[in-house]
Design a protein around this ligand. Sequence first.
Ligand code: NAD
Ligand code: DAU
Length: 351
Amino acid sequence: MTRPLSRLLVTGGCGFIGSAFIRRLFGREDFTGSVVNLDLLTYAGNPANLDGAVDPERYTFVHGDIADAACVSDVMTSHNIDTVVNFAAETHVDRSIHGPGAFLRSNYEGTFVLLQACRESGAHFHQISTDEVFGSLGDDGAFAEGDPFAPNSPYAATKAGADHLVRAWHHTYGVSVTVSHCSNNYGPCQFPEKLIPLMLLNALGGKPLPVYGDGGNVRDWLHVDDHGDAVLAILRGADAGTSWNIGGRCERTNLQVLGALLDAVAEQAPRDRDALESLITFVADRPGHDWRYAVDCSRIEAELGWAPQVEFSEGLKSTVRWYLEHPEWVEGVRSGVYRQWLERNYTQRSE
Ligand code: NAD
Ligand code: DAU
């Protein structure tokens, strides 16, 4: 199985992982296709993530909502899309606890709209899902493909619901689909609400570092570039109707992650390590906080030849370096500067 990947629709391509995927695509000599990036530019979407990284002859940005059927249909038809990769979503678990409505619209209804468009056009559909659909693990074991879904947060429930739609659209209507379930990503351009960039920017600013509960919760960390390569391997080589787990083989407690991050900040910023340590503040736990995620990614390694390449402490150091070298990005995110970019530069808006 080799998909041509000629005319891609990447949704959510101004976000953290979608933008890394597009940068990765345009960085490859063997990618000769074109990309349409459909992004609503929520608070998490930042066009600056793609500055200088795309070939303008082969790239189009469309400002729009994946849950807007007319907009999606127009993009699919006018660009003759053959492959859809759906990164667009509301993604922050804490936000889903306080305001789940937007998650239902973007994550569930949006996936429905995209699936309908693929059903109509015959395009292949890849869903970027999450390991959180499988729920929480105890101290042992790892999620495998085919494990039952047991989502615990509103975010995870909408992602699991979307996965069910994907399965049903394949089974009932014969839509060509693939799904990937990835663990926690880190790297450049991550919005500073997620653990690593939030702690990094707070540490640089001498602000408290809020650790939920006792900091013993475990996540499996993967560099965002490795995620992009895994998605590409699936798009190119996986049979329709298959789902794939992607993980970093890198389980760490939140306190371990924070310790490694503070080491990197102390060395590179530089800052006094003890002063950084004193910023750690234990705060009330996240409601329904999943205890542990771990992903068994042996199948994608064996069948598609993908494996994580970026070693965690090296990836963390390069991530710290990226944030230190891009103060304008941090300032832009803080002040919403990219919204001015939006007013000047978008090529199409659906009303
Ligand atoms: P992000 O929050 O950084 O970016 C999301 C992007 O989607 C933004 O650009 C936003 O503007 C856009 N968007 C949101 N709603 C939209 C809509 N209705 N229509 C069009 N665009 C919309 O997210 P991320 O961390 O890059 O995550 C990307 C995908 O990967 C998500 O589907 C998420 O569930 C999944 N995922 C994330 C992680 C992680 O660690 N961040 C891990 C596994 C899977
Ligand atoms: O596992 C994949 C998922 O990883 C993705 O599907 C989600 O989109 C992504 O946000 C991420 O979810 P988490 O909830 O694991 O990520 P977050 O960065 O919010 O939190 C990571 C861990 O750190 C978690 O145990 C909660 C804890 N935490 C987080 C924040 C923001 C803190 O202790 N303090 C904090 O301030």
